[in-house]
Design a protein around this ligand. Sequence first.
Ligand code: 4AZ
Length: 408
Amino acid sequence: MKTLLVLTLAFVASVWADETILDDMVIVEADSHRSSRQFATLHQTPYNWATLIGFGLFRGQPDLNQACVTKEGEYGQCMTINECYPERKIFQTEAKDTWIFGLYNTCKYESPRGSQVFGVCCTKYTAQVPRLPQAENEVSEEVDLAARACSPSPTNYQCTYDGRRIVNGGEVSRNSYPFMAAMMRVSSYSNRPRQFCGGSLIDESHVLTAAHCIEGFSASDVKTLRVYLGAHDIYDNQDGRSEHRVVRVIKHKDFDPKTLINDIAILTLESPATIGAKISPICLPTVDYDYLAQTVTVAGWGALSEGGSQPHKLREVDVKVLSNSECGSDYNHRIPGQIVSSMICAADTNRDSCSGDSGGPLFLKRSGFKIQLGIVSWGIGCAREDSPGVYTRVTKMMDWIRRIQNCY
Ligand code: 4AZ
């Protein structure tokens, strides 16, 4: 019993150790993409890591006025000894005598006569941040998430819609929803991938899904993820789908697994999707409208009925958007949380999303566009009369989504 407890604690600690919180995101990177110091944030550090690397900090001694780290792991700036210690007469040395400080926290620079002299890595004028862990290797800009230069339009393929211009559903005709993503995990028993959630492609490198789909994932769990794009029959290897590994998962920091508030996550694909007729992103809304009573569609590989079997082929069902107050009066007296403004509910008689559809899109069809309004999140059972399907309201999450698309 005791051993079991210790092992359990060790496991929980290792899951937490894989998570890094940056602003309102919780990030877990697949094993090989991680680095122990990759998440130092810009506001914590006087220099960002990329700059430090650019200066050659981890390759040798930096030059005068450049960023440096002392042997004790403190950040500083390379200065002349006299500049760093103007108040101490003992250090009023001439350039030719600075060799006496040996290699202790030194940096090099060229004297006006062209000879190499030593300065010090001066920490006196630098806001300090936690010490560097020992024995670290270089970190590349690619994995230094916090120091990334984010771009407002990093992708070639996004779809936005500006507002102007599956229980009891049916099978979708092949590739009619080219944004659909099947989230698969390789089971350690059968060594075969099993579908456990849905998602939607929002640009060539990002899949939008539900946070509860990846809750508790460790770095090694992220490695076991596979995303199928352009799939119809997910258990047919000749289906012509493309299969992607995942480099990181980011869930909303305020996701609450008890109330399912902020049930949203984004996966970053290792290799970008090739956009074409079979694979292309869904549109995201730019206006925050309530879409009350509108007919919307939900698609997925989820169960055909509550407790029922899962189809191999993609299915869809049409449902109608309910008001949050109607949905709240169905649910608020029997759930731990509430129906909140970042949720959207939809239902119709005997029609619903169900287990396995989670993470997939609820979308509106308008003039040939498909606009994602919801992410399949939860419900009590499936297609029960008093229990609408509850979805994360995408219009309330657009800032969060755009930030991740632009940076990660
Ligand atoms: C699920 O477990 C699930 N009826 C998804 C959607 C709904 C219920 C359960 C909505 O993934």
